[in-house]
Design a protein around this ligand. Sequence first.
Ligand code: ADP
Length: 167
Amino acid sequence: MIEIIKADITHLQVDAIVNAANSSLLGGGGVDGAIHMAAGPALLDACRKLGGCHEGEVKVTPGFDLPAKMVLHTVGPQWQGGEAGESGILTRCYENCLQMGLSEGARTIAFPAISTGVYGYPKRQAAVIALSTMQPYEDSYDKIFVCCFSDADMWIYQKAMASLELE
Ligand code: ADP
């Protein structure tokens, strides 16, 4: 089941949270900064050993001081106007995280709105990609959380969900 919630993803007690990282995996701002802050310095040490991550791909670490057991670090596309393969890369982020979560034994997983902060992906389009990529995995998890950080994002996801349900 997919559940849209408003929360700080670093507070969630789930098997896996997804980090919208940058390709160095060495920390950044936004959700990445918040996750590193909450997980403690051991997360950065673990990330240093991973050798970065390409766009659309995913690397796993433990959650360290987070309530979440593991962190799936994925690198979303930087929005360049929509003609540079951004939608395919964003789809692969969600798909690869969902696959990796399953292979790591996760039953609950929480996603932030990948690429919609500093990377500038239009939020509504990103929400449709996120939800439609999650839908085939609904029965493979106990719960897939869409973790919104604002009321505005909640509204965007709820509308996107409603429009997908009408299809
Ligand atoms: P990107 O570089 O992929 O755009 P950002 O971290 O800038 O990543 O933003 C991605 C999304 O994460 C944004 O919608 C932002 O509001 C949200 N976000 C920021 N901090 C948190 C947090 N602590 N928990 C959940 N979502 C967050």
